[in-house]
Design a protein around this ligand. Structure first.
Ligand SMILES: Cc1ncc(COP(=O)(O)O)c(C=O)c1O
Length: 376
């Protein structure tokens, strides 16, 4: 466990459930990414954790930002980010949000459909636009499916149209799915982007930017490749397909930047069994699916747990949250085992929970308050 967070939990024993996040670790992660991909510009995916201390630190470091909404753009501006360093990366935007962003000076926008491109042409004239293409999400533990992106032929036609409509056809983006564990996913996607660059050049449109999205993984229960392996694979593929004519490179890391910087501290509310001889104990925590652990849906993201009894004899468990909703069961099939000594009132820490937790927490489902947050 991160020693700074361990010391904070020991010295302050903050009320649970809460997230404690080490902002220095976010800075280290930013630097690790820059070292792994020195030619890429980092646009932090604000949705992963939009807390002001994180945005303030990243702004001071010179990071750029990928925002999903006008509200996230406002948060970046409040942190001192320049509008020119913010990308409005959601391909589904309200007209009012586009107008507000354009008026604030944001010049870079994503799209993946003709109606969205039309909105941009009308309400953000002259903007730099990039088209998101569909790519394979195999290897991602939290895939982003077909919700975003369009097919290659459509992307080509829309980029030609973007130029005709007075927009600046800036580049192509993709997202290989979050918690992507295979470096090859980026290599395959880059090959597709390169084909589009060539096709569009022949059509008279010279793109200048490749946005490689997010996806860079965090170590939860299982090992994942180091960030340098992703950097090597990506730079190798870029050199292979673009040679000396490398376009600008953008990356939009979310999970990697903040995931391992945070720990959720929770309390065991109940340990019980469904029958006298049932070997499986049910462990109910004071945080669950509705308290912020939404990525346990389908047991997709499997967090690691620390308890005061680690090292002692263990047995199989089902782990659940505190609400009266049966979907508030975190892990039933992923072979979790916890110490037999675990009991009501024990504190349990969920490691590497700095990403996609706080903003997923419901306001008051079953009366429970949203997750408390401590940035140290
Ligand atoms: C457009 C976009 N960029 C970046 C990210 C961040 O992805 P990750 O947290 O996997 O790095 C997301 C996540 O949903 C996204 O939708």
């Amino acid at each position: 466990m991160n020693p700074k967070i361990a010391a904070y939990l020991r010295d302050h024993a903050p009320a649970t459930p809460c997230l404690v996040l080490d902002v220095d670790r976010v800075e280290q992660n930013y630097r690790r990414l820059m070292a792994a991909m020195p030619l890429a510009r980092v646009y932090y995916a604000v949705k992963a954790n939009p807390a002001a201390p994180i945005l303030d630190r990243l702004t001071a470091l010179g990071s750029s930002f990928d925002a999903a909404s006008w509200e996230e753009i406002e948060a970046c501006l409040a942190a001192g980010a320049r509008p020119a360093d913010i990308s409005f990366g959601n391909t589904v935007k309200k007209v009012s949000a586009i107008k507000a962003a354009h008026a604030a000076g944001v010049t870079m926008y994503a799209f993946d459909s003709e109606p969205e491109l039309k909105k941009l042409a009308q309400h953000a004239p002259g903007a730099r636009v990039y088209c998101r293409i569909l790519v394979e999400n195999k290897g991602a533990e939290w895939p982003l499916s077909r919700k975003f992106g369009c097919e290659m032929g459509m992307a080509k036609a829309l980029m030609v149209k973007a130029a005709e409509w007075g927009l600046d056809p800036y580049g192509i983006s993709f997202h290989v799915g979050s918690q992507q564990t295979q470096t090859g996913a980026y290599q395959a996607a880059i090959a597709r982007v390169a084909m589009l660059f060539t096709d569009l050049r022949q059509a008279g449109v010279n793109l200048r930017m490749v946005n490689l999205g997010g996806g860079y993984p965090v170590r939860y229960r299982a090992e994942v490749p180091e960030i340098d392996a992703f950097g090597d694979a990506i730079m190798g593929a870029m050199a292979e397909h673009f040679g000396n004519a490398l376009p600008e490179m953008v990356i939009e890391p979310g999970r990697f930047m903040v995931g391992d910087a945070g720990v959720v501290s929770s309390e065991v509310v109940l340990v019980s069994r469904k029958g006298e001889d049932d070997p499986v104990r049910w462990v109910y925590l004071d945080i669950g699916r509705f308290g912020g652990l939404a990525e346990t849906e389908g047991e997709a993201i499997r967090y690691a747990f620390r308890t005061p009894h680690d090292g002692g004899a263990e047995g199989p468990v089902t782990i659940a949250g505190p609400t009266c909703d049966s979907t508030d069961t975190l892990y039933e099939k992923s072979n979790y085992r916890l110490p037999l000594a675990l009991d009501c009132g024990d504190r349990v820490e969920l490691i590497a929970t700095g990403a996609y937790v706080t903003t997923y927490a419901s306001q008051a489902f079953n009366g429970f308050k949203p997750l408390a947050e401590h940035y140290i």
